[in-house]
Design a protein around this ligand. Sequence first.
Ligand code: F6P
Length: 307
Amino acid sequence: MNAAVRAVVRTALYYNIPIYAIHRGYEGMIAGEITPLEAGDVGNIMQRGGTVIKTARSVAFLSKEGRKMAYKNLEEYKIDALVAIGGNGTFTGAEIFHTEWGIRTIGIPGTIDNDLYGTDYTLGFDTAINTAVDAVDKIRDTADSHNRVFFVEVMGRHSGYIGLHTGIGSGAGAILLPEAEKSIDEIVEILKNSAKRKKLFNLIIVAEGNKNGGAQEIAKQVKDKINIDIKVAIIGHLQRGGSPTAMDRLLASRMGFAAVEGLLAGHYNVMAGIVNDEIVYTPFSEAIHKAKLPDPQLIKMAEILAM
Ligand code: F6P
């Protein structure tokens, strides 16, 4: 996100547009936490995880009164357009805000889950899967040395992208995704088959959004059916932080640049994404409501390679 903030600020300044940071998202907009930015203010931030302008989930912005306060603060600073980094909630709020107060917003897809329609990749996804693969590589050493089965849970509340890409990248023995569930019996079968070919350790990636439960729950149910050494590891919020990968920095720079250029070209209520390596502006209504699911061919490939 910091690389996106840097790109937005520097592109705006290039076009002689005064630019402000609104701290803590819609919460800060309501509270009037708005500060002007210069080029130097966004130096030395792109290698940092998180966001230097902070973020918050805002309940107040869900109310008309809250949005009115936000508008009053923008008016004070003569702010007439916004660049918002976020996902469904952020873009839904921006659309309502435009209908009520006419503020034009362009969105940048920022979620590690990669589940936004209108872009091949979202900000943070590449960093998250690199962190997860690195963690699974380390877990693999214990799994291999001790002949253990590990269920490793990765993030992705409603989406299996992190699970699928981590599973492929770490050579997992099975991947459990909300989009491709496996029954407990199927998992037991996989473990029995790998034991038959003398593979006594295994790594199974579980996306947190799995409908059979998280890694703990699934591991418990498997253990009830087959007596083997099973461990669980939950990678959790490690995936949401740390220095972003070069790929994420590049993506963020391109999207930040495209957001400002898009606003200048008259686009608003759209998300600046990248599809097939080209900048695409997708209406918020589509980005919010259209589903983006992992490619079934990739899921099939992962199954075959995991054998
Ligand atoms: O929506 C992105 C996400 O990273 C999910 O994958 C995860 O479940 C969630 O955020 C965690 O959010 P929080 O830190 O607010 O619990």
